[in-house]
Write a protein that binds this ligand. Sequence first.
Ligand SMILES: Nc1ncnc2c1ncn2[C@@H]1O[C@H](COP(=O)(O)OP(=O)(O)OP(=O)(O)O)[C@@H](O)[C@H]1O
Length: 663
Amino acid sequence: MDSMELEAIPGIGPKTREALATLEDPVEALERGDVAAIAAVPGISQGRAVRIVRNAIRHRHDDPGGFLATDRAEAVYDGLRSLLAERAVTDYGRKRIETFYPSAVPARIAETRAVAERAMAREFGEPVREALTGLEPLSEPGAVRVRDRCLATTDAETYSRATEAVPELSVELVSDARALADLARGYATVIALDREFAGVEVDGDVRVEPDALENPAELVPERVLAFYGANRESIRAAIEVHRVANLECELDLDALAGSLSRIEDDGQVSSDAELTRLAAAVDDLEEAVSTAESIANDRLTEAISETDVTVDGADLLSLAERGAGVDSILARELTQEFDGAIEAARNHLVEALDLQDEEATAAARVFPEEPTFPVERNESALSRLEETLTTARDRRAGQVKRELAEELAGAREPVRGLVRRALELDVEQAISRFAADFDCVMADRSGRGFEIEGGRSPLLAEPPEAVEPVDYAVEDVALLSGVNSGGKTTTLDMIAAITILAHMGLPVPATAARVPEIEEIHYHAKSSGTLDAGALETTLRDFASLSAGGATKLVLVDELESITEPGASAKIIAGIIEALQESEATAVIVSHLAAGVREACETPVTVDGIRALGLENGELQVKRSPEKDHLARSTPELIVEKLAEGDTEGRTEAFYRALLEKF
Ligand SMILES: Nc1ncnc2c1ncn2[C@@H]1O[C@H](COP(=O)(O)OP(=O)(O)OP(=O)(O)O)[C@@H](O)[C@H]1O
């Protein structure tokens, strides 16, 4: 598929296609089902991203869709999807799970089935979930701006190529080497892009690199580092996920973790001793110089106050005539003390800032050779020292960044894979947890009818361990009878849930299950009251199209009788059953009118029943698994029976017995 063909996917119009084009490879992102990447496109919400990905999957499999043919079927799917999604740790996992849907296309089912089987074969403990917590899809860092370097060229075309290739740096048009020298005063490093500058001698860090634009990342290691800085936490989490889940990985994770620990959130490099030393020296320079001055002056003050200066009168006069101050006396009388004080000041500066070699030499010049009092810094020597330190710091930072960026640049794609695999593991984790919580197995899909052992509806409000497992098998079409609250609706939910999950390729809550291979599920919920003529007509039309053949179906109908009068209902249900029997469909029809329906049917019809065991302390006792060929007793019958048995006086017993016989 190329990017123009994206519009063949439902939900992608020209506008969305254009928006998706901002992705590096939109087709690949869609094929991978990368909801995070799609949702990161401006103008596409998370919900839209999920729908687009789901439609893309459908498109890829030529899947006509329409599996969930009724509202109730849709609602069961929604419920299942939430149960799965809420077991994911990451937002990505939740969204990814929302792209799973029931399908009739074997290839699609096989695809998720493979994920589910992998998930169920793996152990997911608390450490994996914990490691997943910090995981997020990778983000692109904001625009990086680098101010200590610039590019220079004399050529307009090179200029525009450079601005495009390296937006992080200023690009300057220069006319000659003099202009280059001017630039070198404002930037720590100037990179000249023209061959003609080769051999030009200018002050400062000016490099001639005509091929620099071929590898822009080398010019701005910040680009690579910003990516790692912005995604540091997520990459760390992905490393941790790989470690605790024992996932295979082509990267040296320890080395990657080591490199990451040297990068700050903003992409700056930390934990380089030399860089730290130089940065601190620049920062603390002013304070150290002031302290050094004080040290020198304190020492001199002390020396002066302790010294008896003997000056003969003539000397004093000549000194006074020359307007000489204390300095001259110092020079004459206290040279040693002065030298000592200056030495102390210089030592302090070197020690406090941990200066080395030429830095120390430059530091010495900050204090005067000639005696003065008070001792004062030499401002121009100080600013030269500051410049030396700043340049050394920037150069070191550049070097460290380049080294680190070089280490990491090649790892960018593998790191994307690392994070992606960790995110996908959350999908497996959620499936595995669902399977464990509901004690699931993989189901078979084949033929007509179903055989479910130990099936449980995950949609019941009860905690999973409180749900009684149900065994139920139907060959083609069956009526299901049972007392009120016996579990008929729950049984239909269970059949629907297991069939939908099986067609999603996911594990089902049962000890064993075979479901029919179908193209559509029609689950009609109990209607809340008698329908008016129009609504009844619509319902009948629905059923007419149901039995008209076409797609293979599972039909689940809950108490259709409430749509109209009891007598008519039984006839309508009987008609529906006859039609369904002739089709390929598998159907379970729950009805309180089972006896009447059976009578109205011209063909034999299976009637199964959820057997009531009786009332115990006013509580209904039932056997939840439907019994084959058993017309269950109704709730009124149970009550009459209880009254008949409980009657001791015998006067009304005849009445109850007579009533009971009518059932
Ligand atoms: N297998 C089961 N395990 C545990 N509880 C169940 C089970 N089946 C049903 N129940 C409990 O019984 C309640 C009623 O079940 P359900 O609604 O399925 O009965 P029903 O036969 O459809 O009732 P009605 O005839 O009134 O529609 C459920 O809400 C649930 O609490």
